[in-house]
Design a binder for this molecule. Structure first.
Ligand SMILES: *Cc1c(COP(=O)(O)O)cnc(C)c1O
Length: 409
């Protein structure tokens, strides 16, 4: 289906999620297709942050750890993330960054498989996932193996834990969580799913898939703000045996007993390390509530239709200029993004941004467009496709200004 002004307007008018756009603040004239990198600002967040700073911190001072339940924030917010990822509320905690949570969970999994050392991942996985495994290998705790092609076929009795992104950050391809989890468990291995590009974008069913471990990002589709705390999931059946290698006092069974010896909290709180970042958690809580209130089923249905409409429109409107579609054609097989390859992807993306269409560039040659369905509509998708087509047809990207490289892409 190719979008036209008429069909885009009709689709927006019939869109059950369209009203959710009002729950976000976006600058006028901007079409924001980077919610998979930094989610938009929920309208309720600035006032909530001001309240936490001025009232809870400024007035309540240290008493707010109890009075405002700051101390309960990581588990409380984890419980709110849980339904979005098919977990039970006792299995998820908001804490640290995704990278740090990867360290904790991979090291914890290795300790649960003491006769195995291999951590299996795939080439082209998100860099931090691979780098964290490399770090564990340098500490002598792990051996990194990259699956040559088929993941399930590469799992053998040496593998302690399989670490995969559920949705691939560049191509948007989705791994079959149930099948890979079952294949790993059949060989006695655990699986750690990185849900950074899944949580808040597509339904995830950790419990149904019998998943062992998961981590994910708070600042992408969950709209928690730049550098928001991430989350970690440990299946309830593993929690009692799970040892957090970063055994900080906040993960202790009784932090305020100030005992010399470490004893882990009985529940998911054992995943904590140090004092939680309350301001960041406050923003994350608003983001999670905002997305959860819209409903992941409705968001997923719109995601599938919207990404498909955009991809088809680009392929027709922008035909003949060297764009190559990347990633799964079947909406059920991908996340909430569309990617194209082009040798001039960097400059094209700069030209798009200059025209108010904010997608991103992923090295070496990928144009990536995230469609956060909570605040992107069909009219936006049409303008983005038309703008891209215009830039390609006129070669507007071909100038010094747009070729200049910037540090953050
Ligand atoms: C965004 C992302 C991360 C981010 O990790 P941080 O520690 O928050 O910087 C990790 N893994 C994947 C797959 C991601 O997409």
């Amino acid at each position: 289906m190719i979008l036209t002004s008429a069909s885009a307007a009709a689709l927006d008018a019939a869109d059950p999620v369209a009203a959710a756009r009002e729950h976000f603040i976006l600058p006028p004239g901007v079409i924001y297709l980077d919610g998979n990198s930094l989610g938009a600002l929920p309208r309720a967040t600035p006032a909530r942050l001001a309240d936490v700073a001025v009232q809870e911190w400024g007035e309540g001072l240290i008493g707010s750890w109890n009075a405002a339940d700051w101390i309960g924030a990581p588990a409380r917010i984890g419980a709110k993330i849980a339904p979005l990822i098919g977990a039970n509320p006792r299995e998820v905690i908001a804490a640290d960054s995704t990278s740090v949570n990867l360290f904790k969970l991979i090291a914890g999994a290795l300790a649960m498989r003491p006769d195995r050392r291999v951590v299996l991942s795939e080439p082209g996985n998100f860099p931090t996932d691979l780098y964290m495994i490399e770090g564990l290998a340098r500490m002598g705790l792990a051996e990194l193996r990259l699956a040559p092609e088929e993941i399930a076929a590469s799992i053998d009795e040496q593998v302690a834990v399989v670490v995969l992104s559920h949705v691939h950050y560049k191509t948007g391809a989705v791994h079959d969580m149930a099948a890979i989890t079952a294949a790993a468990q059949a060989k006695g291995a655990m699986v750690l799913w990185d849900l950074s590009h899944s949580a808040g974008a597509i339904p995830v069913m950790l419990n149904v898939c019998n998943a062992d471990l998961a981590v994910g990002c708070g600042y992408k589709y969950l709209c928690g703000g730049p550098g928001a705390p991430a989350f970690a999931y440990v299946a309830e059946r593993h929690i009692a045996a799970f040892a957090n290698p970063l055994s900080g006092w906040m993960g202790h069974a009784a932090p305020f007993a100030f005992a010399d010896g470490y004893a882990p909290a009985p529940g998911i709180e054992r995943l904590l390390c140090g004092t939680p970042a309350i301001l960041g958690l406050a923003a994350l809580e608003v983001g999670v509530e905002t997305i959860a209130a819209i409903g992941i089923t409705a968001l997923d249905a719109k995601r599938a239709a919207l990404t498909e409409a955009f991809a088809q429109s680009v392929l027709v409107l922008g035909a003949g200029h060297g764009l190559e579609r990347v990633g799964p054609r079947d909406p059920a097989q991908r996340g909430s993004q569309i990617a194209f390859r082009h040798s001039e992807a960097w400059a094209i993306n700069r030209a798009l941004i200059a025209r108010g269409v904010i997608g991103d560039f992923r090295a070496p040659d990928i144009l990536r467009f995230g469609f956060a369905p909570a605040y992107v509509g069909y009219g936006n998708a049409l303008i983005a496709a038309q703008t891209l087509a215009e830039i390609l047809a006129t070669k507007a990207w071909d100038c010094v200004e747009f070729r200049e490289r910037l540090p953050v892409t």
